[in-house]
Design a protein around this ligand. Structure first.
Ligand code: GAP
Length: 591
C-alpha cells in the first residue's frame, strides 16, 4: 500500500487534501493523472448504465436537499456508527474498528512482540523494557504504564486461571485497570481506556441561510440515492419511461467517518455512482404474466423478461455489474461476492450482495447491490404526503380479467406470502385492491458503487514492480500500472527520437495533434527514449509512438510514414503506418 500511495503522489494521481497546511483527515485531491483516471471511470460507468441502455435515464441533483428527505429516509435517526471516546485524550474511535486501528499502530506491533503465543504468556523481561521505551512515548495512558505491577498481576491471574490467552486478551489485560466491566481495547492514540460505545450520526451538517440556528440545519448528502427517490415522480412524468426502468446518478457524498483510513478507501468526502432500478412488485408481475419466473442457477440473464420478479432482477444486476468490472480490467477472479445474511440485512431489504475486491489491506466492499423493496418511495410518500404510486394500464387490464373468486384467492395467497407477519388481512386487501386498479409503488434494485474505491481498486490491481533486463543486459525494476486502455489517463504518448532534430520534432507534434482529436495523448521529447517509456509505464500509458529517421524517410522510402508502436505490457514494438494509428488505437479503447 505504501508503494501505491507513494506512486500516486509522485505521479500526480492522488494527494492529501490541504497538505500545505498539514493535511485534512479523510479528504483527498486528485492530481492531473488521477483526475483523468476518475473521469474515465465515471464515463465508463455512465455509458454502461445509461447511454448503452434504453431503460435507464440520468439525474444530476443537488448535494444539499430539504432536510425532511433525510428524516424520511431514516438517516437522521439511524445513520449511526457506534463510537467510543478515550477517557484520557478524548479522541474518538469507531467501536467496531478500535482493534483493527490499534493493530495499525507502531506501538501495538512492539507491544505484541513481547507476547509469546506458544506459551500464551509474555516475556516479562522484554515487556518491562518496552514500558520506558515505546510504551511511555506512544501509549502513555495505557494501564500497564500507569501501574505496571497491577498489570503484571492481572496477566499472572489470567494465565493461572488456565484459560488460553491470545494476543488480544494479552493487550486488553494490560489495558484494563478494572476488569469488572469487561476487558477493553486501548485507545490507539494514547493507550487510554475507551468509554462505552455511543451512536454517532455520520451526516455532515451545515446551515442554509444567514442565521446558523437549529431551524435551518441542512445536511450534505450522505448518499446520492435519496435524490433519485425524491425526484422519481418528476422523472417518471417527464421522460416517457415505463417500469421497469432506472435512474442513475453520479455525485459527491459526505460522511463524517469517525476513523477515515486506508488511503481513499474510507473518506469523508467521496463520490458515488448509484442506480435505482424500479421494478414491478412480484404480485403485479403475477397478475400480468400469470406467474413469476423464479431464479435458477445458470439461467439466461442476458435479456430482461416481463415475468422476472425481484430475485431475478437482483441477479441480473449482479451479472451486469460484474460484466462492467470485467470491461474495465477487473475480472471476476479478482472480485469476491458476499451475500448478506438475514441478520445483516436492513429490515426493509430482501437481499444484498456486496462486490468485494482484494485491496492491499484486505478484501473489502467495492459496491453493494441491494433489493430494497418499496421502502424508500413508501417513506417519501408518507413523509411528503404526496402520492408516489404509478398507474399501469396493462396491470389494470390483466386484473379486469379476474372474477370475484380469483381476486379473493389472489388476496389470500398474497397475504400468506406476506413478508411482515404483522401485516393485517385488511392491509393486504387494500394493497391488492390498489393493484387491481393498476396502481402500485415500484420496488427497487440498487447497485451502489464508490468511485474513489473503484479508482483505488483499479490502481491496486494495475500496480506491478517487474524485474526486466535492459538492452545492455542489466536487470532493473520496472514500475508499471497495467490499466485497461479505456481507463488509462493517457492513451498514447508520442516521442521524437531526438529533440534536436527539427524534422522528427515536427512530425511527432503533427501526430500528437492528429491523435489528440480522438484520445488523451502526451508529447514528450526530454530524456533518453528508455526513460520516457518508463515514465509512461508508471502512469499506465498503454501505447507509445516513436518518430524516428525511418518515419521521415531518411533511411529510404521503405519505412517512410511509419512509426514504432510500443505496447506497455509486453514492451513489444511494432512498425505501423501513421495513417493506421487512429484505427489501431481506437480498437483498444472501444467498450
Ligand atoms: N445508497 C446505498 C449506499 O450508500 P453504502 O454501502 O453505504 O450504500 C455504497 O455505500 C458505496 O459507496 C460503497 O460500496 C462504497 O463503494 C462507497 N462508500 C461508502 N462509504 C464510503 C466512504 N466513507 N469512502 C469512500 N467510499 C465510500
Amino acid at each position: 500500500m505504501e508503494k501505491i500511495v507513494s506512486l500516486c503522489k509522485r505521479r500526480g494521481f492522488i494527494y492529501q487534501s490541504s497538505e500545505l497546511y498539514g493535511g485534512w483527515n479523510g479528504f483527498w485531491d486528485y492530481g492531473p493523472n488521477g483526475a483523468e483516471l476518475k473521469r474515465n471511470l465515471r464515463d465508463t460507468w455512465w455509458h454502461a448504465m445509461t447511454r448503452f441502455r434504453d431503460d435507464v435515464v440520468g439525474l444530476d441533483a443537488t448535494i444539499i436537499m430539504h432536510p425532511s428527505i433525510w428524516k424520511a429516509s431514516g438517516h437522521v435517526d439511524t445513520f449511526n456508527d457506534p463510537m467510543c471516546a478515550c477517557k484520557s485524550c478524548n479522541k474518538l474511535v469507531r467501536a467496531d474498528q478500535a482493534w483493527s486501528v490499534l493493530e495499525e499502530t507502531r506501538w501495538f506491533a512492539s507491544l505484541a512482540a513481547t507476547f509469546d503465543p506458544a506459551s500464551t504468556s509474555c516475556n516479562e523481561e522484554k515487556l518491562r523494557k518496552w514500558i520506558p521505551r515505546d510504551g511511555s512515548q506512544h501509549a502513555p495512558n495505557l494501564a500497564l504504564i500507569r501501574d505496571p505491577d497491577a498489570a503484571f498481576g492481572r496477566i499472572a491471574a489470567r494465565i493461572s486461571s488456565g484459560a488460553p490467552l491470545d494476543v488480544r486478551d494479552f493487550v486488553q489485560t494490560l489495558a484494563t485497570s478494572d476488569p469488572a466491566s469487561g476487558w477493553r481495547t486501548p485507545c490507539p492514540h494514547c493507550g487510554g481506556e475507551l468509554g462505552d460505545a455511543k451512536p454517532f450520526n455520520l451526516m455532515l451538517k451545515t446551515n442554509t441561510g444567514p442565521i446558523a440556528s437549529e431551524e435551518n440545519v441542512s445536511y450534505l448528502r450522505p448518499e446520492t440515492a435519496q435524490a433519485i427517490f425524491a425526484q422519481f415522480k418528476n422523472v417518471f412524468d417527464s421522460s416517457r419511461v415505463r417500469v421497469p426502468f432506472g435512474i442513475a446518478q453520479i455525485g459527491k457524498a459526505f460522511r463524517n467517518e469517525i476513523t477515515p483510513r486506508n488511503f481513499t478507501f474510507r473518506s469523508r468526502e467521496f463520490e458515488q455512482m448509484e442506480l435505482e432500478f424500479f421494478i414491478l412488485p412480484d404480485e403485479a408481475v403475477e397478475l400480468i404474466c400469470g406467474s413469476v419466473l423464479p431464479f435458477t442457477e445458470g439461467m439466461d440473464l442476458s435479456e430482461p423478461k416481463p415475468n422476472w420478479g425481484w430475485e431475478v432482477w437482483h441477479r441480473y444486476w449482479l451479472k451486469e455489474r460484474t460484466d462492467y468490472y470485467r470491461s474495465i480490467g477487473l475480472p471476476t477472479e479478482v472480485l469476491d461476492f458476499y451475500w448478506q445474511s438475514e441478520a445483516d440485512l436492513a429490515h426493509y431489504a430482501r437481499a444484498t450482495v456486496d462486490i468485494l475486491f482484494q485491496f492491499p489491506f484486505g478484501c473489502e466492499e467495492l459496491e453493494g447491490i441491494a433489493a430494497r423493496g418499496n421502502f424508500d418511495l413508501s417513506q417519501h410518500q408518507t413523509h411528503s404526503g404526496k402520492p408516489l404510486e404509478i398507474f399501469d394500464e396493462e396491470l389494470k387490464a390483466a386484473a379486469a380479467n379476474l372474477d370475484e373468486k380469483q381476486r379473493e384467492d389472489f388476496i389470500q395467497k398474497t397475504h400468506a406470502n406476506r413478508r411482515k407477519p404483522e401485516t393485517t388481512i385488511e392491509e393486504t386487501r387494500a394493497y391488492c385492491e390498489s393493484l387491481f386498479q393498476g396502481c402500485y409503488i415500484p420496488h427497487v434494485i440498487e447497485p451502489s458503487a464508490g468511485l474513489d474505491r473503484l479508482a483505488l481498486a483499479i490502481l491496486s490491481n494495475a500496480f506491478e514492480e517487474e524485474k526486466v533486463t535492459d538492452a545492455k543486459g542489466k536487470e532493473e525494476t520496472r514500475t508499471v500500472l497495467h490499466f485497461h486502455p479505456r481507463i488509462a489517463p493517457v492513451k498514447c504518448a508520442v516521442f521524437p527520437l531526438l529533440k534536436n532534430r527539427p524534422e522528427l520534432v515536427a512530425e511527432a507534434k503533427r501526430i500528437t495533434a492528429l491523435l489528440r482529436r480522438h484520445m488523451a495523448v502526451y508529447y514528450d521529447e526530454s530524456g533518453a527514449i528508455g526513460r520516457r517509456y518508463r515514465r509512461q509505464d508508471e502512469i499506465g500509458t498503454p501505447f507509445c509512438v516513436t518518430v524516428d529517421f525511418d518515419t521521415v524517410g531518411e533511411n529510404g522510402p521503405e519505412n517512410q510514414g511509419t512509426v514504432t508502436l510500443r505496447h506497455r505490457d509486453s514492451m513489444e514494438q511494432t512498425r505501423v503506418r501513421v495513417e493506421d494509428l487512429i484505427q489501431i488505437l481506437s480498437a483498444h479503447l472501444a467498450p
